[in-house]
Design a protein around this ligand. Structure first.
Ligand code: PRP
Ligand code: URA
Length: 209
């Protein structure tokens, strides 16, 4: 069964509470989403494998450590997932970036696919799917099905705010995918928005509405 990591780091909790406020404007919202993504990336990469390597400092030869194992990729779910990419790349700058375009139909809340472009060798990579919001779970489960159809086997999903309904759907459909969640909220409302949530993440990142 997938592991669920709800982030307890004080900086993550502080920054999430900050961006929940309705009076935080686009510029600040976007910047802080990026900062949270970087902090979450740090937490979600704790178990990456290392190998011992010999290195030479200006003073002496010694042993050090270097990342080994699978190369990494970051796949944001458009649009809102884009807001997390730079924060991720600030810590893992050599990761390749794929894009999956999905939007939620406002009537049915079901995801509608409109774009998919992935690194050519994505099936050999450890893929971090990122999207600030996990609400019904329709978008994230669909994105992960798309990756699996392309042969990707090692997937982690990272979101800033999740609803229990979305977590359940992810666990049912993708029990092999570990979840990294900034904050686990109470529920969905009648419009499938997360309560208390932060509103529409894409609109707040890009200043649309
Ligand atoms: C939002 C959000 C997720 C999705 C979550 O995207 O960024 O992708 O909704 O909801 P779900 O778990 O019920 O699928 P939206 O469809 O609003 O598109 P956008 O990112 O282009 O604003
Ligand atoms: N998408 C968002 O951006 N916010 C929600 O609360 C639910 C879906």
């Amino acid at each position: 069964m997938a592991e669920i990591h709800v982030m307890e780091h004080p900086l993550i909790q502080h920054k999430i509470s900050y961006i929940r406020r309705e009076d935080v404007g686009t510029k600040e919202f976007r910047e802080v989403i990026g900062e949270i993504a970087g902090l979450m990336c740090y937490e979600a990469t704790r178990d990456l494998k290392l190998k011992d390597i010999k290195i030479k400092t200006p003073i002496a030869e010694t042993w050090g450590k270097e990342l080994t194992g699978k190369k990494l990729a970051v796949v944001p779910i458009l649009r809102a997932g884009l807001g997390m990419v730079d924060g991720m790349l600030s810590l893992i700058p050599t990761a390749k970036v794929g894009h999956i375009g999905l939007y939620r139909d406002p009537e049915t809340f079901k995801p509608v696919e409109y774009y998919c472009k992935l690194p050519a060798d994505c099936e050999e990579r450890e893929v971090f799917v990122v999207d600030p919001m996990l609400a019904t779970g329709g978008s994230s489960t669909a994105a992960i099905h798309m990756l699996k159809e392309k042969g990707v086997k090692h997937i982690r999903f990272m979101c800033i705010i999740a609803a229990p309904e979305g977590v359940k759907k992810m666990q049912e459909e993708h029990p092999d995918v570990d979840l990294y969640i900034g904050a686990l909220d109470e529920r969905l409302n009648e419009h499938a928005y997360i309560v208390p949530g932060l509103g529409d993440a894409g609109d707040r990142i890009f200043g649309t509405k």
